[in-house]
Design a protein around this ligand. Structure first.
Ligand SMILES: NC(=O)C1=CN([C@@H]2O[C@H](COP(=O)(O)OP(=O)(O)OC[C@H]3O[C@@H](n4cnc5c(N)ncnc54)[C@H](O)[C@@H]3O)[C@@H](O)[C@H]2O)[C@@H](O)CC1
Ligand SMILES: Nc1ncnc2c1ncn2[C@@H]1O[C@H](COP(=O)(O)OP(=O)(O)OP(=O)(O)O)[C@@H](O)[C@H]1O
Ligand SMILES: [Mg+2]
Length: 321
């Protein structure tokens, strides 16, 4: 990997992390919402939402299905959980008109909240139910209408891969594919296989063809591009590949992206791209936390252990006082 590609993740973390200031009010350090959580998956949205709080966001919401909500609430009183999304089984006996009305109701409920958020995370543990994904498409269009940034992960990437227009030419979209999600995206958009020899050029092309969205391709090194620049984060993390680490990452990108946007809007001289900064910071912090958790727990390291190390890892880079 060429050294110019490698980002200085610690410097980016120091740049974007706001100082703690007694003058600031609740909400100024970030309000995040995760759209995800269904009957099968309740861990993924919890991991994304709680990671956002552990890093320093003030409020973290989860919009999930009715079955998932009590489970997610029981994991943590810190999260604000909305039992809102509906799956096909609810509407199996509905007429077209009744289905349309229910979709309108779901999207209308999200509409009431959406202006309060700084960033959405769409997809962790969302599942692939067609009725639910139709509603989520409409939520994405709503987010675009309000110029709200969103991070698309997990099953959100399944949706987007099949409906590229949802993110096409939206510079405030960040996609965080893992190895499989990336393969599917490359096949759909570039109509070819993943180029293992030249991953940077292929990633740049993919982001460019998608009209300048930011893509964080997860792997041994995380590679990040918006179609113009390519950056990598290769800080040593952990050899444990337990599920849920990508969920920590998507919640973290949302927070750091929001902080980077705040920073840049207050300093006209800063020309950096907030989505790129957010991805670099999140990747760097996750890797530091994974490494710390692994020194403590070795083979039994779990995603919850990594989440418990987020604060200590950030403190080592940007002390609170
Ligand atoms: N506790 C939870 O609730 C979790 C739920 N998750 C959710 O589960 C849903 C599906 O996500 P997945 O990540 O499983 O979907 P993927 O389509 O990425 O993965 C499916 C399969 O691919 C395999 N795979 C993984 N890495 C591979 C590699 N490097 N090479 C070849 N095969 C590989 C895995 O063994 C897995 O069986 C998403 O909604 C996701 O957010 C995950 O985030 C994990 C944690
Ligand atoms: N081979 C690897 N070596 C080191 N770190 C890795 C490796 N693969 C992934 N990672 C790290 O783990 C993080 C999560 O990536 P992963 O590919 O596990 O996501 P995921 O499959 O979406 O996870 P999830 O189980 O949450 O859905 C990445 O940001 C990266 O930093
Ligand atoms: Mg994932």
């Amino acid at each position: 990997m060429s050294s110019t590609l490698e980002a200085d993740a610690e410097s980016v973390l120091r740049l974007v992390t706001p100082s703690l200031d007694l003058k600031r009010h609740k909400g100024q350090a970030g309000k995040i919402a995760v759209i995800g959580g269904c009957r099968e998956y309740t861990g993924a949205p919890y991991f994304a939402a709680i990671s956002a709080l552990k890093i320093g966001a003030d409020l973290s919401h989860v919009f999930c299905t009715k079955d998932a909500a009590p489970v997610i609430k029981s994991y943590s009183p810190e999260l604000i959980v909305h039992p809102l999304l509906e799956e096909s089984y609810t509407v199996s006996n509905f007429s077209e008109e009744e289905r349309r009305k229910l979709q309108e109701k779901v999207v209308g409920e999200v509409d009431k909240w959406i202006e309060r958020f700084d960033c959405l995370v769409i997809g962790p543990g969302l599942g692939r139910d067609p009725f639910l994904l139709e509603c989520v498409s409409k939520i994405m269009l709503l987010a675009r209408k309000f110029n709200l940034p969103f991070v698309v992960d997990g099953d959100g990437l399944f949706l987007v891969t099949n409906s590229i227009d949802l993110v096409n030419s939206y510079p405030l979209a960040v996609l965080t594919p893992n190895v499989n999600e990336y393969k599917r995206l490359v096949l759909k958009v570039l109509n070819c296989e993943v180029d293992e020899e030249n991953p940077e050029d292929q990633l740049r092309s993919l982001a460019k063809v998608l009209g300048g969205v930011t893509i964080l391709k997860k792997g041994r090194s995380d590679l990040i591009s918006n179609g113009e620049i390519v950056k990598s984060v290769s800080i040593y993390g952990s050899p444990r590949r337990c599920g849920g680490q990508g969920d920590i990452l998507s919640g973290s990108v949302a927070v750091f992206l929001s902080w980077a946007q705040q920073l840049i809007s207050g300093h006209e001289s800063l020309s950096e791209n907030p989505a790129i900064l957010g991805c670099i910071a999140a990747s760097g912090l996750l890797r530091k936390a994974a490494s710390l958790a692994f020194t403590k727990h070795k083979r039994s390291t779990l995603t919850s252990d990594i989440i418990a190390c987020l604060g200590e890892s950030l403190e080592g880079i940007c002390p609170a006082s």
